[in-house]
Design a protein around this ligand. Structure first.
Ligand SMILES: [Zn+2]
Ligand SMILES: [Zn+2]
Ligand SMILES: [Zn+2]
Length: 199
């Protein structure tokens, strides 16, 4: 492999004067990291679906975008959990389409050019647009709202500040995704809570 074909590593925020960290980063194989779907900014791996060794097979349930991560399971973890709460035989359960997915990060708000994530997977709108539709515009229908002149795309808030989170921030008050904002509200009540360390 020539130097030109090796993907470039972006500048990494290294702990100050951590020689060992630098040493480790220097010997990482960028091509391997790219194959793993490693993201330097978010510090998250997204395993490839198609790969002879580390590829993950798709969950067979219709509408389920997840992969089977436990080799011996017939479905993804979420569908296994949903199945365990039913009395249905596996063959019957696995042909019922999933209503919507809650497991693949965030989906974008459906307002044109809105960069914010949906408030919930079923909501179709970011928190701001959801509030605008239900409260300021008196709860008009989604179609009508999307065509409304006041429904304009909003700039996103950027990625969640947690060390290895692949989600986007949901508001300007806290630099976190919805899950980590909710978690923060709980853990900050603990004595001696250190937000920088928790992050
Ligand atoms: Zn599934
Ligand atoms: Zn929006
Ligand atoms: Zn997060």
């Amino acid at each position: 492999m020539t130097a030109e074909t090796v993907p470039m590593r972006p500048a990494v925020e290294a702990p100050a004067a951590d020689a060992r960290f630098e040493e480790i980063v220097e010997v990482l194989d960028p091509t391997f990291l790219e194959m793993l779907g490693w993201c330097w900014q978010r510090r998250v791996i997204t395993f490839p679906r198609v790969h002879p060794v580390i590829g993950l097979p798709d969950c067979p349930v219709p509408n389920c975008p997840l992969a089977i991560t436990v080799f011996t399971h017939p479905m993804c973890r979420g569908c296994m959990e949903r199945w365990s709460k039913t009395d249905l035989p596996l063959e019957e359960f696995r042909i019922i389409p999933k209503a919507f997915s809650t497991g693949v990060g965030q989906l974008p708000c459906t307002v044109a050019q809105c960069e914010r994530p949906r408030d919930t997977p079923a909501a179709m709108l970011c928190a701001t647009h959801r509030l605008q539709r239900t409260q300021m515009l008196g709860g008009i229908g989604l179609e009508e709202f999307l065509a409304h002149p006041k429904a304009v795309g909003l700039a996103g808030f950027g990625p969640c500040r947690i060390a290895a989170c692949y989600l986007d921030r949901v508001g300007s008050k806290y630099p976190y995704c919805k899950t980590h904002t909710q978690r923060l509200r709980v853990v900050r009540e603990e004595a001696g809570f250190d937000e920088a360390r928790w992050r």
